[in-house]
Design a protein around this ligand. Structure first.
Ligand code: RBF
Length: 212
């Protein structure tokens, strides 16, 4: 029997070509995390998000996700502000460049400015994998992380996508990353999180401009 679960497609075509998106992921349960991050990045690119507009940062465990998301959002705003100042003829420090294009120290400020990100992040995808153990840690971390991420998204006004799996077994976690070991490979939820990020970033921009 087919399932009725899962998201309906977006009512509008998703276009991520002008968006900057951060992925913040934990490193606990790495095999599952790696599959989810890979699925997320592939889907972001499918929606047109440019590689240089995808930031990937990691934290030790899921408990660290809310603070990291908050810092990435505020840091990207500082970065964008610095770029705007540079373009207006202010000082260029030649830092904060994307991973792949860090200019050598002493390179001309115009080169540095051209390669610096000029916009804050439009959405953050927080990815973690919590698997229930024999103590109460699972419950406490799940509760704190979900509340923490909700607080960050409301406080900053930036969509924070809840990419945290809260699985009762290893197999459940593997299946939700599309790498199930039994008969059922499952589905990679990272793809859905990427679509949610592009949709929420685009809608938030539109709503902020009072366009409904
Ligand atoms: N972090 C996760 O992302 N997933 C887990 O399943 C997970 N289980 C944990 C179980 C125990 C007993 C402890 C002590 C930590 C666990 N963490 C897990 C790490 C947690 O999110 C955090 O990184 C650490 O507690 C340090 O603040």
């Amino acid at each position: 029997m087919s399932s009725i679960k899962g998201p309906a497609p977006s009512p509008t075509k998703l276009d991520g070509s002008s968006l900057r998106v951060a992925i913040v992921h934990s490193r606990w349960n790495k095999e599952v995390i790696d599959a989810l991050v890979t699925g997320t990045i592939a889907k972001l690119k499918e929606h047109g998000v440019k590689e240089h507009n995808i930031i990937v940062q990691s934290v030790p465990g899921s408990y660290e996700l809310p603070l990291a998301c908050s810092k990435v959002i505020s840091g990207s705003r500082v970065q964008a502000g610095a770029t705007a100042t540079d373009l207006l003829g202010g000082l260029s420090f030649g830092t904060n460049t994307p991973r792949s294009s860090t200019p050598a120290l002493g390179s001309s400020s115009s080169t540095a400015v051209a390669s610096m990100p000029s916009q804050p992040v439009d959405a953050v995808i927080a990815i973690g994998v919590l698997i229930k153990g024999s103590t109460m840690h699972f419950e406490y971390i799940c509760e704190s992380v979900s509340h923490g991420l909700m607080r960050v998204t409301i406080d900053t006004g930036v969509p924070v996508i809840f990419g945290v799996l809260t699985a009762l077994t290893d197999e459940q976690a593997l299946e939700r990353a599309g790498i199930g070991r039994g008969g059922n490979k499952g589905h990679n939820h990272g793809e859905d999180w990427a679509s949610a990020a592009v949709e929420m970033a685009s809608s938030s921009r539109r709503w902020t401009e009072g366009k409904f």
